[in-house]
Design a protein around this ligand. Structure first.
Ligand SMILES: Nc1nc2c(c(=O)[nH]1)N[C@H]1C(S)=C(S)[C@@H](COP(=O)(O)OP(=O)(O)OC[C@H]3O[C@@H](n4cnc5c(=O)[nH]c(N)nc54)[C@H](O)[C@@H]3O)O[C@H]1N2
Ligand SMILES: Nc1nc2c(c(=O)[nH]1)N[C@H]1C(S)=C(S)[C@@H](COP(=O)(O)OP(=O)(O)OC[C@H]3O[C@@H](n4cnc5c(=O)[nH]c(N)nc54)[C@H](O)[C@@H]3O)O[C@H]1N2
Ligand code: SF4
Ligand SMILES: [Mo]
Length: 672
């Protein structure tokens, strides 16, 4: 026996999950199976530390719940079918809908569940097919990206290492300890050297514990707080005259806007004391100040204006384009390093129609000319992740044909006519990156074979393309596809070969963006009033579900529901691996517990006009009065998605979600 023993081998790889950190891995393979996932200590940013979601990818890859064969729903039950049958039938349907109704009768619903470069090949397929109904905007970060497009012309962040130059770091609505662990380590390091850390958040979270100062704020009112801080900066004459005079347009309009409210009003609605607003103005003037924004705070109706007011504060205080400064939200420089156009062939689509991601259900239900006949879901689980679950269910159920490509039987896949089993990260080669925090691209080789008959997504597109008559456009190896996406980087000395050999590569980005004061706006300056759109002035707007904007609704539903990202799962992807099974935990501020007479472990229902969810109470140690939180991502079998309660309304600038702009009521019930 001894001679046949398999030797464990360790290989470099990378995390495929949609996350700020984009970690480098070391993966152990034994007997054709992944047996361990650890951090790669050589990775310059992630330095060998990874989170539990990354480690759990081993269980994910080997899980008994993996989809192993193509499935077809026959009389309400799934039956195993061959790939040949599945692909032939799906191709026939695609041909039929194209002929009878046009290609936009097909909807491609997706999200960004896999951060590999080749996950973009789905767009290549749909463009070559003729152009389907696509989704625009983003439930995740859309409002803030659009806001920074208007203000700067793009959304760029400083390199992680630049934090060492900051005197003060303001963590504004980012749950760093939970969602961005390497920034948390970076914060610990700079704090030791004397940098002051501030956290502005309705919940006193693990990041707040690290902070020198914690500022509690009413959810959705950050833009007003920024306006108040600007008022104080201007009153005390602490603003950056040079930047305003020489590198910006529209400052007078911004000034009139902040003059239109009193500091008393700002303090009353934000529920932040005046002394703290004045203090924050002094902090912002003590440059360099790094403002690190999260995505939670823009998931409100006023989300675009919120980020624009924060950008404006960073600009007025002179913290743009200087080492240690920045309005750090996302880093689109990373994604822009790759050549998507070569890969997706957008020029080949002859028809197009778009729905926003948020309102895909309304889009499906109301589409005419043509109606939506068929949906294909890739890298997404809209039934748990898209707002207003009940409408999403109605919409996806209304389709004549639904195809879901996934690794697991999700709530969305349950509704499908065809479910196709996809390979996971360690089963294919790809390069991984995230346009969120750092600027390294990581290599992930193919380490093991997919289980059962699971196939890489790219193989599925290739097989369908062959059947639809454009197979030659998919007649490339993975390596060739990767090279297509790396053409521009090759000119800068970064080839696929180099990324493979080195395991990761530093992308050529600006580490201190906008230091040359040349912005990508139409005027070339920082635009307080955007000239990219017709109504480009910033507004001091409020969320849509508050006692100020809708007193009647607030009477019926007095509490603000946040639905933040879970600690141990990436959205819906890990919950099914938990032991013991997860349940709906309803976290409430102590004020809510007092008003409703609720104790730890009480069973409650939380509801509004859109839906209802049942769960178990946990009282938050410190949270803004009236705040309730239920982490997002749970599927129906564990108690249901909290998106049953959220609204599919779009943000003010049209491209973001309003997930956290959500009033609810809560009451104790007897456990069933
Ligand atoms: N563990 C874990 N990590 C993840 C993910 C995951 O699912 N799990 N998902 C990844 C993805 S896709 C994303 S987009 C990022 C998101 O990363 P984050 O932006 O950090 O996370 P969110 O959960 O979206 O936002 C949460 C923070 O915003 C605060 N917040 C909510 N409303 C407001 C407000 O009105 N004002 C202020 N100031 N704060 C507010 C919440 O209390 C919370 O601390 O995380 C990534 N990392
Ligand atoms: N209430 C509420 N809802 C939210 C949020 C919130 O804060 N609150 N956050 C929003 C945010 S920021 C985001 S980014 C979205 C995320 O929304 P999604 O991306 O839809 O969520 P995930 O659960 O990460 O992944 C969806 C599915 O993709 C599958 N998948 C993973 N890799 C692959 C692959 O390579 N190929 C294929 N075919 N499938 C794959 C997974 O198995 C999973 O079933 O959710 C949003 N929804
Ligand atoms: S989920 Fe994020 S922090 Fe965790 S291993 Fe992956 S990239 Fe790293
Ligand atoms: Mo996200």
């Amino acid at each position: 026996m001894g001679g046949d023993e398999e030797v464990a081998t360790v290989h470099h790889s990378a995390c495929p999950l949609n996350c700020w950190d984009s970690c480098g891995f070391l993966v152990t393979v034994e007997d054709g199976k992944v047996t361990k996932v650890e951090g790669n200590p050589e990775h310059p940013i992630t330095q060998g530390k990874i989170c539990g979601r990354g480690r759990m990818l081993e269980h994910k890859a080997n899980s008994e719940d993996r989809l192993l064969y193509p499935l077809k729903k026959v009389e309400g039950n799934f039956e195993q079918i061959s790939w040949e049958q599945a692909l032939d039938e799906i191709a026939e349907k695609l041909t039929h809908y194209k002929k009878s109704f046009g290609t936009t009768s097909v909807l491609h619903s997706h999200d960004y569940a896999n951060s590999g470069l080749l996950s973009n090949l789905d767009s290549r397929f749909f463009n070559l097919y003729g152009g389907v109904t696509e989704l625009t905007g983003s439930i995740c970060w859309g409002a803030g990206i659009e806001a920074q497009n208007w203000d700067f012309g793009d959304a760029y962040s400083h390199a992680p290492g630049d934090l060492a130059n900051s005197k003060h770091v303001i963590i504004w609505g980012r749950n760093v300890a939970r969602t961005n662990m390497h920034l948390f380590q970076n914060l610990q390091a700079v704090k030791k050297k004397g940098t002051k850390v501030y956290v502005i958040d309705p919940i006193y979270n693990a990041t707040a514990k690290l902070a020198n100062e914690y500022i509690s704020i009413k959810p959705g009112f950050d833009g007003l707080l920024a306006a108040g801080i600007m008022k104080e900066l201007l009153r005390m004459n602490l603003h950056d005259e040079d930047f305003l005079a020489n590198h910006s347009v529209g400052f007078q309009e911004l000034r009139s806007l902040v003059d239109s409210v009193t500091l008393d009003y700002v303090s009353e609605v934000t529920e932040v004391p005046i002394e703290i607003i004045t203090h924050l103005a002094e902090v912002y003037a003590d440059r360099p100040v790094s403002t690190i924004m999260g995505l939670g705070m823009q998931r409100y109706e006023n989300g675009g204006n919120t980020i624009r007011l924060l950008d404006a504060l960073v600009a007025v205080s002179g913290n743009i384009g200087i080492p240690g400064g920045g309005a750090n939200y996302a880093n689109k420089q990373v994604g822009q390093s790759f050549d998507y156009q070569n890969m997706v062939m957008a020029e080949r689509k002859s028809s197009s129609r778009t729905f926003t991601m948020m309102r895909q259900a309304e889009g499906i239900l109301s589409a005419i000319d043509p109606q939506i006949k068929m949906g294909i879901v890739t890298c997404g689980n809209p039934l748990t992740q898209v707002p207003d679950t009940n409408r999403v269910r109605e919409a996806f159920e209304s389709l004549e044909t639904l195809v879901v490509i996934d690794q697991f039987m999700t709530d969305t896949a349950e509704l499908a006519d065809y479910v196709l089993p996809a390979a996971t990260a360690f089963e294919v080669e790809d390069v991984y990156y995230s346009s969120m925090y750092h600027h390294y691209v990581n290599h992930g080789p193919k380490l093991v074979e997919p289980p059962g008959e699971a196939k890489p997504d790219a193989w599925i597109w290739t097989e369908l393309a062959k059947r639809l008559g454009f197979g030659e456009k998919f007649d490339f190896t993975r390596e060739e596809f990767l090279e297509m996406g790396l053409v521009s980087l090759l000119k800068k000395g970064i080839s696929l070969e180099k990324i493979r050999d080195d395991k990761f590569a530093e992308l050529p980005v600006d580490e201190v963006p906008w230091s040359n004061r040349k912005f990508k706006t139409p005027s070339g300056k920082y635009e307080f009033t955007s000239s990219a759109v017709t109504d480009g002035q910033i507004k001091l707007s409020l969320p849509t579900e508050t006692k100020w904007t809708n007193p009647e609704l607030a009477e019926k539903y007095p509490y603000t529901l946040l639905t933040i990202h879970p600690l141990r799962s990436n959205h819906s992807q890990h919950f099914h691996l938990f032991q013991p099974e997860p349940y709906v935990k309803v976290e409430i501020a102590s004020s809510v517990a007092d008003e409703k007479g609720l104790k730890e472990q009480d069973h409650v229902r939380v509801w509004n006009d859109r839906g209802e969810i049942h769960g178990t109470v946990s009282i938050l140690k410190a949270a803004h009065p009236g705040t309730v939180n239920i982490d997002e991502g749970l599927s129906a079998r564990f108690g249901g998605s909290v998106n049953q309660l959220t609204s599919s309304k779009e943000s003010d600038n049209g491209l973001g979600s309003t997930l956290y702009d959500c009033l609810v009521n809560i009451e104790k019930i007897e456990k069933a």
